[in-house]
Design a protein around this ligand. Structure first.
Ligand code: NAI
Length: 451
């Protein structure tokens, strides 16, 4: 099939590469000239495992351009532009609206393609896109029905390609059977797993074929927000229990295992720590609460999910304060900046909140991250922070280290040696992933979360 994807970000680019891999022809449009140029030269402007490799192999099936390269013969148009959070918590749909306007001004009357909304958007957005596109078409004398389906995305950054090839389910919300059939056809190689997996992403042995869930656009839009809020809530819940575990002297790792092995609960997303970050959880929970507010409906569980998460970040500062006594003049080294391993994404990253708070309190902050430092320099020039080239450089002269992102390489650092370079041997394990016994034996004051 001929597919156009609008927005070459984390979601748009991963989707484009996966769709091209399973046999479609994909043209990817972005308004950002720099991004388009990089992609045309085979450079992937973000860190996402496998995307650059596959892109290199698929040059004949995937192309990039700005809006002037929009091709009228496309059968499906996938909208994957950003929907960031506004100050009042609402999702900013202006990028989606701008795309709808462009489409209404460009599409022709014959063989109108199906428009698919993959961006995470407030309830009613499929209908809204439909009416904006129709309005601009009508103003050009084109009076035909427009079809907009909602097809929310559930991929996780860091393992985005894996999630796209091996999803648990694909959700399509549409009022027209024809749209559902076209999307079923588009996803057929994934739904039936008939494609040959890339060498570096083999199909897991235990993998079951994904469910194809068809519903209304409204339910599809709610499914996405409800899924993210539930996952965020699960993490906030275990973090709330972790706070109590600390006070009563229980170990949250054992508590979480004891809860999670109950199949009704599940072990995933039960890791206590510094809390969630990233571009989705915070903004989507807020957007759901905002939507509920428009119906004069409270969502206390969802609101508490956010509060607990903010408290987790503050707890790290409190722990440092109690170990170092005075933060002013202390040097704190942050191990990791990205909101999670496998990505250079810093949107709503706990590292940024922690760095800001420490700087406000007069501490010197240093940071080391395997991939996100350049992004951090660019996107947070306001942070008066030193960037270290290695964990050794980070440890040198530090009073405390804080493990913020659980990059694999941080698990096996030579902590014994690092400790010798430090002024005081304090380590706050913000993800509960380090070997407490080993660190304690190396003379560290080890501080975990909920332990
Ligand atoms: P992103 O910010 O990485 O990418 C968005 C891209 O859209 C940018 O390259 C931007 O230049 C482009 N764009 C904006 N307006 C445009 C326009 N009018 N015409 C052409 N291009 C335009 O965003 P990301 O992270 O890929 O997210 C996209 C959507 O997917 C959001 O709604 C997000 O909530 C949702 N989502 C994101 C996930 C993630 O892990 N990042 C996971 C699941 C859903």
């Amino acid at each position: 099939m001929q597919i156009t994807v609008i927005g070459c970000g984390y979601v748009g680019l991963t989707t484009s590469v996966a769709l091209a891999y399973i046999g479609h022809r994909v043209h990817c449009i972005d308004q950002n000239q720099e991004r388009v140029q990089a992609l045309q030269n085979g450079i992937v402007p973000m860190h996402e495992m496998g995307v650059a490799e596959l892109l290199g192999q698929l040059r004949d099936r995937i192309s990039f351009g700005r809006w002037d390269s929009f091709n009228l013969t496309t059968e499906v148009i996938i909208i994957a532009v950003g929907t960031p959070r506004k100050d009042n918590g609402e999702a900013d749909t202006s990028y989606v609206e701008a795309v709808a306007r462009e489409l209404g001004q460009r599409l022709s009357g014959d063989g109108l393609p199906i428009i698919v909304n993959k961006s995470t958007v407030p309830i009613g957005s499929a209908r809204r896109v439909e009416s904006v596109v129709s309005y601009y078409l009508k103003s050009r004398g084109i009076n035909i029905p427009v079809t907009v389906a909602s097809n929310p995305e559930f991929l996780r950054e860091g393992v985005a390609l894996y999630d796209t090839f091996y999803p648990d389910r694909i959700v399509v919300g549409a009022n027209q059977g024809e749209a559902i059939n076209i999307l079923r056809e588009m996803y057929a190689p994934i739904l039936e797993q008939t494609f040959i997996p890339p060498e570096f992403l083999p199909r897991p042995d235990s993998y079951n074929l994904p469910a194809f869930i068809t519903t209304t656009p409204t339910s599809a839009e709610l499914i996405k927000y409800a899924a993210n809020t539930f996952l965020a809530m699960k993490i906030s819940y275990i973090n709330e229990i972790a706070g109590l575990a600390e006070r009563v002297g229980a170990d949250i790792l054992e508590v979480a295992r004891g809860i999670g092995l109950d199949k009704r609960i599940g072990v995933q997303y039960l890791n206590a720590g510094i809390g969630w970050g990233g571009s989705c959880f915070g903004k989507d929970v807020q957007a759901l609460i905002h939507t509920a507010g428009q119906y004069d409906y409270d969502m206390p569980l969802s609101s508490a999910t956010i509060q607990v998460n903010l408290r987790q970040r503050e707890e790290i500062i409190r722990k440092l304060q109690s170990a170092l006594k005075v933060l002013r003049g202390s040097t704190v080294g942050l191990l990791g900046l990205s909101f999670k391993p496998g990505t250079d994404d810093l949107r709503d990253a706990p590292s940024i909140t922690v760095a800001k708070r420490l700087i406000e309190m007069g501490a010197h902050v240093k940071a080391y991250d395997p991939v996100a430092m350049e992004n951090c320099r660019k996107s947070h020039p306001e942070l008066d922070m030193l960037y270290a080239n290695s964990a050794e450089e980070l440890a040198h002269g530090s009073d405390a280290l804080v493990l913020v992102t659980e990059w694999k390489e941080f698990l096996s650092l030579p902590y014994n040696q690092l400790g010798k370079l430090m002024r005081q041997k304090v380590i706050v394990d913000g993800r509960n992933v380090l070997d407490r016994q080993l660190l304690t034996e190396a003379g560290f004051n080890y501080i975990g979360v909920g332990r």
